[in-house]
Write a protein of this length. Sequence first.
Length: 726
Amino acid sequence: MLNLVRVKLNEKNREIYRGGIMDERIKEILGKMSIEEKVAQLTCIERNEICEKEHFSQEKAEAHLKNGAGHISPVLRPFDPEQGTKISNEIQKIAVEKSSSKIPVIIHDECLHGCMAKGSTSFPQSIALASSWDPEMMYRVAKIIGKETRTRGIHQALSPTINIARDVRHGRVEETYGEDPYLTSQMAVAFIKGLQSEKVIATPKHFAADFAGDGGRDSGPTFFSERILREVFFPAFKASIMEAKAWSLMAAYNSINGIPSSSNKWLLTDVLRNEWRFEGFVVSDYGSVGGLYRSHRVANSLAEAGKLALEAGLDIEIPASFCFSHLARLVKEGKISESIIDRAVERVLRGKIWLGLFENPYSDPEEASLICDCDKHRQFALKVAEKCMVLLKNNGILPLSKDIGSIAVIGPNADAIRLGGYSGSGMKVVTVFEGIKNHISKRTKLYFTEGCKVNDRDKSGFSKAVSIAARADVAILVVGNSAETEGENRDRCNLNLPGVQEDLIKAVADTGTPVVVVLINGSAVTMANWFDSVDAILEAWYPGEEGGNAVANIVFGNRNPAGKLPITFPKYTGQLPLYYNHLPCLRTYDYVEVRGFQPMFPFGYGLSYTQFEYKNIKVSPEKFSKKGNIRVSVEVENAGNYEGDEVVQLYVRDIVSSIIRPVKELKRFSKIHLKPGEKTMVEFTLEESDLSFFDENFKPITEPGLFEVMVGKNSTEGLKTTFELK
Ligand code: BGC
């Protein structure tokens, strides 16, 4: 994959294990196991069963681990690194010394943008990481997450989330890498490789097409054709399995065309195992097996739900095993064949061998406390946050002069901890207000007030906001969402800023003081009501533990913003769903109110403090045969006054095809760095496979003919030319 060629992967062991040694070892272990011990490997102990709040119970752990256990849900989350590691060691000691099977356990946790166990480094939220368009950075982020996670005795990350965000009303858009299958695949592969290079099992989720229910509803039913699944919703999963070799995968809560994803044999066996050669184990989403009985109602008991899921190809029920706990009985009654149980146990054992748990199931508490959220990782979190922010508007006010006389910092997200969904705890978080305070000179006067809450109708704080803004040279308004207004099971039907935040912006702007808006949020917001009243807008997303310092570095020009949007921002909620790579339409694709230019900001959009000019797009050769490849080059010059990064994006359109193709599709991107006045030639190579699509039988084909290629700074602005495939 692009940008990752230099990354060395620790995949050697996997190759060794894939052959004889691993299989022999598994056969040997399996041969000694009772059916109860086997089933125990497919189940998970809920953390509350062995831990009451912050008290770990040795006695309860021993009782639950009698037959061994496959998995344990995030039991270490409330403990600091040192204490957590000690508990992990105690659990493993019980498993390998006191349980009948003597098999070590896998402890899992969430690692979306940092391990959720207390005291880990918190990086910017996934949607922010994707805005960097920097897979190499993503690899390093995931490697740090992996190191902190494994060092403290956690072995499986229920991450990354790689669902495609085609409807930005969905509450979990913040957890995704955006709307594009190619960008999502690149980011997913980098994340998984980084995590697994530290021997933490990655779990791309939620398979499949979750987050895309009607109107963006969480885990809602979906009705997608096989074509759209394969073209849009599958590629990142396929890349995660085939290219990054993820060891696990999570089945989704949703249903597709009437079949729940957690009991869908076509998804979990035919596509995943038979087509993509997945060798790891599939875990349920939390409670999704029970959901087959309780909500989808395709089973008449929990036991039947377990049977349906297992037979479809789902191997482990988490976080507790209300359904899979019946499996041993079902085998004894002849209702499930033991060979299906063996198949799933083999997959779990293969993972445990790869993790090295049989050699050494223990971790070092001292190392964990040294590594987790150490200074080096915090400094990297700062750099990452700076690379993830997207400048959406700037009339020239930014960057602010460091000698500015006075600043009013206003807004409900200015001095609040906002890390986004699936964030850890116990680390120091720098808010935007603190970041600005850290960066201003002694002479600059700083005023602060919240103005209003994120989601409240109370305007009593407005008068103070207006009075400090009127006295200041600039107002920095930090607004957006919070865990109250978006996130899991919190989808939105209106993308305006919640509460009275839009009125706050207008009241402050009416003072005549220039306004810089900083958005802290996880999906698109609509801004038609206030866009023209403000001078600059910086999309900071949920920016991680160093977010406040990163915002300040950008606002004061120590860093030049270079993030690009991984989702389309609509002008109005009524336009949704809205994504750039739609199919052509015989009529205009626009609504009357937005005819001509419909997104507020297109996919791939983001400004810089400098200007990048694109010239001389060339393809060579102009015709190429199926075996060859084609080079597309463009000159990019930094024609402004700041040095900076630019993400050069390449989109392709098949001009005539037997099956309708999207109006454009991202096929390549490259991040470059240029000093003022400097120019460079950026060259991309495309191969035949980049031009392929599925025929009626879902076989990949390419058809000769003309293709349009566009290279530019976002999905709507670029230089175009054509080439021919012979
Ligand atoms: C989410 C998963 C998550 C699990 C455990 C579920 O509600 O859908 O993404 O891994 O909870 O935290």
